[in-house]
Design a protein around this ligand. Structure first.
Ligand code: SF4
Ligand code: MG
Length: 318
């Protein structure tokens, strides 16, 4: 499949003030990300909170303006687009958020919420009603619900409404940022299955952001593991879950509850907390927490290399 979206050396710095003299400083939330996302696939992006995965998702949609690098969607570099052109692009790129309650206007009925994107993109009046009724049923809700308000729904139902809103304009790409993290485990599976059905029905491409590897294992085709604004490993789901290569991926995976009781993999406890992105460690940014840390790791940044059909940034594989 051709690449629907390419991310090239993407950077996002947020200015911060620190220290006695308030010298200008930056947090590198996203630091040189390269990715190709292929039509029809689900790319999982995993990492601890604060690793920059949400910022990456928002930069792709330009909800947050990148500080550098390129985003190419359907062959077109987005940074050259003005507001009007970006609006046209957004028809094809939509976002689903973690907590739909925060993003569904409580004063609007579901019908009004679903009408908004249609109005914004000038979908003709005569098509709106049909699209709304069709979409609410596609996400598994009744059109009887259209005149109700968000607070009348459960968490899972609200996420279905959030998904319906993202689907209204029949986009090509959906970026889902922790879309099931706020839900009970039983509801999580229903929403993941819904997303998979919709992917097939509408040939959707997903970027699926999550801190939860078991969720990503359920839905992703490929997985990018992020640490402090960078991708440390990028592999097919099968390869990653069979054998993670990067010590950070190994630690994340070892924390996933085992489904096979005979598989007594030892849990790797990460030393220390996630370091501050405003003052990242030298060399390999993971080195203060890495059990395999070598001298070289403290000073030299590991480059991405292809190892066993995947990308990994670690001196162990040089
Ligand atoms: Fe650990 Fe060194 Fe690999 Fe970084 S480069 S993950 S410190 S072994
Ligand atoms: Mg986040």
């Amino acid at each position: 499949n051709p690449a629907l979206l390419e991310v090239k050396n993407l950077q996002k710095r947020f200015p911060i003030k620190k220290g006695l003299f308030k010298e200008a400083s930056y947090v590198h939330a996203v630091n040189g990300i390269n990715l190709s996302i292929y039509e029809g696939e689900t790319l999982g992006i995993v990492g601890e909170s604060g690793c920059g995965k949400s910022t990456l998702g928002r930069c792709i949609l330009r909800l947050v303006e990148p500080s550098g690098g390129e985003i190419i969607f359907q062959g077109e570099p987005l940074h050259q687009f003005g507001k009007k052109e970006m609006k046209a692009v957004r028809r094809n790129m939509q976002m689903v958020f973690q907590n739909p309650f925060d993003t569904l206007n409580p004063k609007l009925t579901i019908k009004q919420i679903l009408t908004e994107p249609l109005v914004a993109h000038r979908v003709p009046h005569q098509e709106r009603e049909r699209l709304i009724e069709e979409t609410i049923e596609i996400v598994g809700l009744s059109k009887r619900y259209l005149l109700r308000y968000p607070h009348e729904f459960s968490g899972g139902q609200r996420q279905r409404i959030g998904i319906a809103r993202a689907l209204m304009l029949r986009p090509k790409l959906i970026i889902a940022d922790e879309p099931v993290s706020a839900l009970d485990v039983s509801i999580q599976a229903q929403i993941l299955n819904l997303l998979q059905d919709l992917q097939e029905q509408f040939s959707l491409t997903y970027v699926f952001i999550s801190h939860d590897l078991s969720v990503v294992e359920h839905i992703a085709d490929r997985v990018a593991v992020m640490y402090l604004g960078e991708i440390v490993e990028l592999a097919t789901k099968e390869a990653l879950f069979e054998k993670a290569l990067h010590p950070y991926s190994q630690a994340l995976l070892s924390a996933v509850p085992q489904t096979d009781p005979d598989d007594n993999k030892e849990r790797i406890i990460l030393k220390g907390d996630l370091p501050s992105a405003s003052n990242p460690p030298t060399g390999c940014k993971f080195h203060p927490r890495c059990q395999a840390c070598m001298e070289i790791c403290k000073t030299e940044v590991p480059m991405h290399r292809e190892v066993d059909g995947r990308l990994v940034a670690c001196h162990l594989y040089e």
